[in-house]
Design a protein around this ligand. Structure first.
Ligand code: NAP
Length: 251
């Protein structure tokens, strides 16, 4: 296929919001690197779905909480596609409900390592390839934050909310750092989106419980977030950098 086609790497691209970004990205003409951590079957099924629809994709395993995995993941993209134009720092985790006075060091370190340090290291690898200062052709990064960064998630997961506030500030700082180097950096703050992340935090009924508290009286869909991501990646957003877009149904 055409080597000129742009390449998009989506961390945590195998399920939920990341998978929706991969599908829409492939439909928009990107070649897609679908990163996953554990569920190989989901990643392979998504790649098959994209290929069946005429797109190009490959699955790349790697835990964004592990630096060596991140480096290997970007090297796999170099090898398979030979260029990188866009990164979506989407991989992220919650944890079970807990108050701050109940949180262990292990919990806090896992949360920050995956959600914050992982996003920094992936952006580092992307900027090394995209920035004109490093000989690159430019590119775009979208970080997936959360409305939790504003609300704080008391009694639920303040650690998660704080990890996403770090992503907001990271987005502003990196955007300004590379603004003259052809790299745009933006973020999305999704509200409550109907994915499996809530069950992974021991709250499979979370979307249902929050529904009436949401201004639109419904959760968002992964597709509704993905459309905003694709806009921020696109040339139509050429003067948009350091922006943080709420996709939260007014919450
Ligand atoms: P999800 O349905 O739980 O999917 C998570 C995806 O991330 C999966 O593809 C998973 O891969 C991957 N992943 C998890 N840990 C990883 C790691 N250490 N390294 C690499 N990949 C990893 O989650 P989601 O709801 O789509 O959330 C995606 C992003 O949106 C997260 O950053 C989340 O914080 C944010 N967000 C979500 C909501 C919401 O309500 N859903 C709201 C605000 C923000 P495996 O299948 O291999 O585990």
């Amino acid at each position: 296929m055409s080597a000129a086609k742009k390449v998009l790497l989506v961390t945590g691209g195998s399920r939920g919001i990341g998978a929706a970004v991969c599908r829409l990205g492939a439909a928009a003409g990107y070649r897609i690197a679908v990163n996953y951590a554990a569920n190989e079957a989901a990643a392979k099924a998504l790649v098959a779905e994209i290929e069946a629809a005429g797109g190009e994709a490959f699955a790349v395993n790697g835990d964004v909480g592990v630096e060596a995995d991140i480096v290997a993941m970007f090297e796999a993209v170099d090898r398979d596609y030979g260029r990188l134009d866009a990164l979506v720092n989407n991989a992220g985790v919650v944890d079970v409900k807990a108050r701050v006075d109940e949180m262990s060091l292990a919990r806090l370190e896992r949360m920050m390592r995956i959600n914050v340090v992982g996003s920094f290291l992936c952006a580092r690898e992307a900027v090394r390839r995209m920035s004109s200062k490093n000989g690159g052709q430019g590119g775009a990064i979208v970080n997936i934050s959360s409305a939790a960064s504003i609300h704080g998630s008391p009694g639920e997961y303040v650690d998660y909310a704080a990890s996403k506030a770090a992503i907001d500030t990271f987005t502003l700082g990196l955007a300004r750092e590379v603004a003259t180097e052809g790299v745009r950096v933006n973020a999305i703050r999704p509200g409550i989106i109907d994915t499996e992340i809530h069950a992974s935090g021991g709250q499979p009924d979370r979307v249902e419980r929050f529904r009436d508290m949401l201004p639109m009286k419904r959760a968002g869909t992964a597709d509704e977030v993905a459309h905003a991501v694709l806009y921020l990646l696109s040339d139509e957003a050429s003067y948009t950098t350091g922006a943080i877009l709420n996709v939260s149904g007014g919450r």
